[in-house]
Design a protein around this ligand. Structure first.
Ligand SMILES: Nc1ncnc2c1ncn2[C@@H]1O[C@H](COP(=O)(O)OP(=O)(O)OP(=O)(O)O)[C@@H](O)[C@H]1O
Length: 609
């Protein structure tokens, strides 16, 4: 494949700093691998002296395989890895630390939970609070902020400092480092041991960084030290595809690069080879609404192309049917299943599509973990009620739901016995008010017997009082009711296609099996339609892309409120659009969880004249 002029300039750049600003599909990976090849073959740099940094292990593996195939070699001693991988390697070499010294996420949350409970705070949702505090601790480390100067958005400054101190003490007591510590320790190592730094500077004389827009402060600081004294730093990135701000990435560092290296060459890769001009023009129409961005021209090499399609659907079931139907047609007309992607904002959005693809026996693959909706405790409650209605319930089923909603039935009433309403009645025989409750319970279960699963769930919510129970459950546990009622509504919606409870149960079994199979085969997935979050699709390309639930609250996500958060969501939308080579389809739903919802504002931007 011939390189264009800008790509050639980037490949031939030899010494000193260089910033390559590149649009989507403009050949960033191609340019990086060709430059590494030229450094080795043209400029006679030893492969061991080259370091290529990527942001995911997947991207590193992809880069290595493209480089090896370009150079016709099976292996090459070029170092290609993520920041964490490389910094961990440096620490391992210097301090002899190993896997046993790494703090797992589980351990991290265990420590934080202890520390936070210690503080006796009034917390609304402990799970959310833990995540937010873990995020803020990461932010301090990644952005090199002093804890005493940090302003927490989640609790008072003094409380945060205390949490931070105790967390660090406990972590150190266990002699472990967390993910973010790898960067901090590497930074401190280089500051305190110039001799060690010098060794690594000599080793990595040429440094190339992919996806530079996703770098954070401490990664940048360490890499700048590493690049001295020769400053052969080659940074490639696209500020419009910066989608990790929520994780502490700072795309402003791309602007800083030019200040820190005023003599840096700047090259613009402005030709998109991936997508048709229709897709490119429309994606630019959206991203132009962002105010914080490098202005850059981007042209499409491939003219025309099919029109973008925006589909309105009633709800997520109809959407899933629509997507599965369109995919089926595409495959029939010759598109390979693995060239089709369905992208979504959060992984839970995928469930209806997964069900529709299974129903049509269409092959699909997912790399991310999809939580099984039917294993949620609410689903388990519904299943227990249904088994009671179908007269195949066990003791455990009755125990599970006899106080959901609250009926004040004691567990002792079923002690060591078979489960039945008769036994319950017998236990409370001299308490009329209790036997009335048991009669009502039995009556409700009987009523559900002949209903469709959808009608039975509605009955359970509204007549039996499960909605009320859930509300009380949330209040007593300081949980957000919206999260749980969304799950319940989703279960209700998902039950619509089934006529009988037996059908519903056998569908759940099939769905659970299919998820398990994909989970266990994740390393060797069967080839098929690619289902993934937009974050996971970054850097990939597909012939056809479906973006589902293009709705307000989804994208932009409901938690994005500040202007910069909305801009990050817009960049995410832009990343989704620019994955498509030929066909791009958006769908949005009109009703979700029984409420009307709006199409995404980004869809409106697409429709602007
Ligand atoms: N000079 C070129 N001539 C023809 N095709 C090219 C050229 N440069 C890149 N391409 C093709 O364009 C597509 C996009 O390239 P690549 O994946 O390297 O883009 P990218 O810049 O990394 O994209 P993104 O940032 O959107 O992930 C690939 O299919 C690649 O083969």
């Amino acid at each position: 494949m011939g390189l264009n002029e800008a790509q050639k300039d980037a490949v031939l750049h030899k010494d000193g700093p260089c910033l390559v600003l590149a649009g989507p599909g403009s050949g960033k990976t191609l340019t990086i691998v060709n430059r590494v090849k030229y450094l080795i073959e043209g400029y006679k740099v030893r492969p061991e002296e080259i370091l290529v940094v990527t942001f995911t292990r997947f991207a590193a593996a992809e880069m290595r395989s493209r480089l090896c195939s370009l150079m016709g070699k099976e292996r090459l001693p070029v170092t290609i890895g993520t920041f964490h991988g490389i910094y961990y390697g440096i620490l391992r070499w210097t301090y002899r630390i190993g896997q046993k010294n790494l703090l797992s996420d589980n351990e991290k949350y265990q420590i934080l939970r202890q520390v936070i409970r210690h503080q006796k705070l009034e917390i609304f949702d402990e799970g959310d609070f833990l995540k937010d505090i873990a995020f803020e601790i990461g932010k301090i480390k990644n952005q090199r902020i002093r804890p005493e100067e940090f302003i927490s958005e989640k609790c008072e400054a003094a409380v945060f400092r205390q949490i931070y101190r105790e967390y660090e003490e406990q972590r150190k007591r266990r002699r472990k480092i967390d993910f973010d510590d790898m960067l901090v320790l590497c930074f401190q190592l280089f500051l305190s041991r110039p001799d060690v730094l010098r060794g690594w500077q000599k080793k990595f004389r040429y440094i190339l960084i992919d996806e530079f827009q996703d770098i954070n402060q401490i990664q940048y600081d360490v890499i700048r030290m590493l690049a001295l004294p020769e400053r052969n730093l080659f940074a490639v990135g696209d500020d419009d595809q910066a989608i990790y701000g929520f994780r502490g990435a700072d795309s402003e560092l791309m602007l800083r690069f030019k200040k820190d290296f005023p003599d840096a060459s700047q090259i613009l890769l402005g030709v998109n080879y991936r997508s048709t001009s229709n897709i490119v023009t429309n994606s630019l129409k959206v991203i132009m609404h962002n105010t914080r961005r490098y202005e850059k021209e981007l042209k499409a090499e491939r003219k025309g192309g099919p029109c973008l399609h925006i589909q309105e659907v009633k709800d997520v079931n109809e959407e899933a049917e629509y997507i599965a139907g369109e995919i089926e047609k595409s495959i029939r007309s010759g598109t390979k299943a693995e060239d089709i992607a369905v992208l979504f904002r959060t992984h839970t959005d995928a469930r209806p599509v997964v069900e529709a693809l299974l129903a049509r026996k269409l092959p699909f693959e997912m790399k991310e973990h999809l939580p099984n909706l039917y294993e949620h405790f609410i689903a388990k409650d519904i299943q227990a009620y249904f088994r009671l209605a179908m007269k195949c319930a066990g003791r455990q089923d009755l125990l599970q739901v006899m106080n959901r909603p609250k009926r004040y039935l004691s567990r002792d009433s079923l002690q060591g016995k078979r489960a039945s309403f008769e036994i319950l009645r017998d236990y409370y025989r001299d308490k009329d008010w209790m036997t009335d409750r048991i009669d009502q319970f039995e009556w409700d279960v009987k009523m559900m017997e002949k209903m469709t699963p959808y009608a039975a769930i509605t009955y359970l919510r509204k007549r039996v009082g499960y909605d009320e129970y859930l509300k009380e459950y949330c209040i007593s546990r300081h949980l957000k009711i919206t999260d749980l009622s969304e799950i319940l509504s989703e279960l209700e919606e998902a039950a619509k296609p089934y006529e009988t409870m037996e059908e519903w149960f056998s569908h759940i079994e099939e769905y659970t099996e299919a998820l398990k199979k994909r989970e266990t085969g994740r390393n060797t997935p069967e080839k098929g339609i690619r289902l993934m979050t937009i974050h996971a699709a970054k850097g990939l390309e597909f012939d056809t892309v479906f973006v589902i639930q293009a709705n307000e609250g989804r994208i932009p996500y409901k938690k994005a409120e500040k202007a910069e958060e909305i801009e990050e969501e817009r960049r995410l939308f832009y990343v989704a659009m620019t994955r498509a080579k030929n066909r791009l389809v958006f769908s949005y739903v009109k009703i979700k969880g029984g409420k009307e919802i709006l199409p995404s504002r980004f869809v409106d931007e697409l429709l602007e004249k």
